[in-house]
Design a binder for this molecule. Structure first.
Ligand code: TD4
Ligand code: CA
Ligand code: ZN
Length: 308
């Protein structure tokens, strides 16, 4: 049991055609739910923190939560920075004991993305830390946009090999039509599986990462809306598409929104059931149980249950 690197975990995931779940942590209930689910399902696990999570909970609390989770569950856990936007935040996480960081410079021009990613890799690798980078923009791709517009958003397969060769990054997030949050598609959900296949042809043994992979589970959207929430038209990536991607060299799948929805809908339901409930344990407890059920389910969708 320890905080570990993702290197071997990704190798096994590629070889055996499944993906590892990377779940975002913001507080104690969330980390307990995720780690208990992974333990019960015997799944490899990546816990990730956004800049927003570090700001909300403070890095020192998050680090101790992770250490407590490792001690409590006996799991090996990868500790990852999600969407690091500059060298400084990556350095601070590497120095603070993270085993993996993402440098997200995909909005910048290609050469600048290469330069910044390489700078982070050069700092991370001697310390045994791995680096995720990104190509393309996380944005839904609607049917009515032009080929040129599509090319500007989705990963360009011709850039992938050069990018990896130049930066020596360890994994790569690729834009194939997903986006963050609860509103991913205005019309029918669609992923650019053709792009994914083209990327795999260029780099056949390289771990790829799928962001924005929540399915925005209809049962939790419904539960939210039934108890005073307002999430009209919320829509995510159907789980069969996630399973398909997981079998195709997507070695890491990021899920946050589905946990937020499970938590919030359950708290709403508890308040609705008993307006006299003012004991945080009596609504955060059920919320934690709901997150745990969602994570257990996702580990099966990804195919990583039983793979730890
Ligand atoms: O990278 N992520 C998680 C994004 C978390 C954002 O956190 P802040 O609000 O603190 O910025 C994902 O790719 C998750 O995708 P999802 O489909 O779950 O939204
Ligand atoms: Ca980005
Ligand atoms: Zn993301």
């Amino acid at each position: 049991m320890a905080i570990v690197s993702s290197r071997e975990i990704f190798k096994k995931a590629l070889k055996e055609h499944y993906a590892v779940g990377a779940f975002n942590v913001n507080n104690m209930e969330i980390i307990q739910a995720i780690t208990e689910a992974a333990k019960e399902e015997k799944a490899p696990l990546i816990l990730q923190f956004s800049a927003g999570a570090r700001k909300y909970a403070k890095q020192v609390y998050l680090m101790h939560l992770v250490k407590a989770a490792v001690e409590d569950t006996g799991l090996d856990i990868v500790l990852h920075l999600d969407h690091g936007e500059d060298f400084e935040i990556c350095k601070s996480c590497i120095d603070g004991g993270f085993t993996s960081v993402m440098i997200d410079a995909s909005k910048k021009p290609f050469e600048e993305n290469v330069r910044l990613t390489k700078q982070v890799v050069d700092y991370a690798h001697p310390k045994g830390v791995v680096v995720e980078a990104e190509l393309g923009r996380l944005q839904g791709v609607e049917d009515n946009i032009s080929v040129t517009e599509k090319d500007a958003i989705l990963v360009n397969p011709d850039e992938v090999k050069e990018f990896i060769d130049k930066t020596k990054c360890d994994s790569l997030a690729i834009a194939i039509g997903t986006s963050h949050g609860a509103y991913k598609f205005k019309t029918e959900p669609k992923l650019a599986f053709d792009r994914l296949s083209q990327v795999i042809e260029k780099v056949p043994n390289f771990p790829l990462v799928l962001h924005g992979a929540s399915s925005v589970m209809p049962e939790y959207v419904k539960k939210c809306n039934e108890h005073g929430g307002k999430l009209p038209g919320a829509k995510g990536v159907p789980e069969d598409m996630i399973s398909k991607a997981a079998k195709m060299n997507i070695a890491k799948v990021n899920i946050d929104t589905d946990l937020r929805l499970a938590m919030t809908s359950t708290i709403r339901e508890e308040f609705d059931k008993d307006p006299g409930n003012f004991d945080p344990r009596k609504y955060l407890g059920p919320a934690r149980d709901a997150i745990k059920q969602v994570v257990k389910h996702k580990l099966h969708v990804l195919g990583c249950a039983g793979k730890a």
